[in-house]
Design a protein around this ligand. Structure first.
Ligand code: STX
Length: 330
């Protein structure tokens, strides 16, 4: 891929997710890496151990890896590395906020690469996974062969205000209501702060109740056509507590970098071939961020998907992601 380009995909309402993804597959190896006295990171390897290395960076932060993420790669061609970021999935301690920062997560990715003896790898990440992929690439540009990114999130004040305070609420007023009403009226002028207070409460019941509402809001808005089974993620309180606490901790701390850090340091990664897959109707991470990123990356291809929201589980997004990873084998 050379130079900057933009494409808008065609509508195809007949394909299913099974049609566009590779079949479900087991990891061939799984383990843990102790990265500090406190934190241990769970990882797994799938596909061809001699194949093209790719690391999968999951969302949230706090979302954890998923078996389905393996299915975005040809298992005969790729050596697929997945891991759970600090405090979530099978990483321990669960939902831990201490010593949990963007810089620490970048260091963990690098520690995994070194421990696996991989010289350089492709980096695949969506949503917060795009944020972390970009900051990892800006920290270790010589280790990143290419970036495949989806649902771009740069965690600027405008993006947080849009989703957690006032913006997406205009499109999903029904789903927003229980998220807002969980917080007493006098604290509603800063919902992220109000949730942070509850998500870090000494009282486990208070933490869990807040985690459920926070997570429901995000799950309810992730797709163009909301999927009820997606909402059930919020009922899995182990998932919800890690997801909500870690997300909120990162947002309260502005992801531990200066405002617009990614855009301000774009020149460091401008040589790296980058594919950006963006749902036009992504309400969680609106398309403006993908557009602004694309404009500062001269080797990026922006694929605007007209019939999708935020989720990589939407067929038209999945199709473009698989097409992007297939192209890495050519
Ligand atoms: N956070 C968006 C994000 O990264 C602002 C995200 N939203 N849902 C997810 O991630 C999961 C699919 C990992 C639950």
């Amino acid at each position: 891929m050379v130079g900057r380009s933009v494409a808008e995909t065609m509508l195809d309402t007949t394909a299913t997710l099974e049609d566009v993804l590779y079949p479900p597959i087991d990891a061939y190896e799984a383990g843990t890496l102790q990265v500090t006295d406190l934190h241990t990171i769970a990882w797994e390897k799938t596909g061809n151990s001699e194949g093209i290395p790719v690391v999968v960076i999951h969302g949230g932060p706090g979302g954890g890896g998923q078996p389905a993420y393996r299915q975005y790669f040809d298992p005969e061609q790729f050596h697929i590395i997945q891991f759970d970021q600090r405090g979530c999935g099978k990483s321990t301690p669960h939902a831990e906020l201490r010593d949990n920062t963007t810089q620490a997560m970048v260091a963990d990715i690098e520690a995994l690469r070194v421990s696996f003896g991989i010289e350089e790898w492709h980096v695949f990440g969506g949503s917060w996974g795009s944020t972390l992929s970009l900051i990892y690439a800006q920290t270790y540009p010589e280790r990143v062969i290419s970036l495949v990114l989806r649902g771009i999130f740069m965690c600027r004040k405008s993006e947080l205000k849009w989703f957690y305070q006032d913006g997406a609420s205009h499109i999903f007023p029904d789903a927003f209501e229980p998220y807002r009403e969980h917080i007493p009226e006098e604290e509603r002028s800063d919902l992220i702060q109000a949730y942070y207070t509850r998500l870090t409460s000494e009282d486990g019941e208070v933490r869990r109740a807040a985690a459920k509402e926070w997570t429901r809001w995000e799950m309810a808005t992730s797709r163009l056509f909301p999927d009820p089974s997606y909402l059930e993620k919020a009922d899995d309180l182990d998932f919800a507590v890690a997801f909500a606490r870690i997300e909120c901790h990162y947002f309260i701390n502005a992801i531990f970098v200066e405002e617009a850090h990614i855009l301000n340091h774009a020149s460091i990664i401008e040589h790296i071939p980058t594919v950006i897959v963006q749902g036009r109707y992504d309400v969680v991470c609106p398309a403006r961020s993908a557009w602004e990123l694309h404009k500062v990356l001269p080797n990026s291809r922006l694929i605007m998907v007209p019939d999708a929201g935020h989720s990589m589980g939407e067929v038209s997004i999945a199709r473009e992601l698989v097409s992007a990873t297939n192209a890495l084998c050519e």
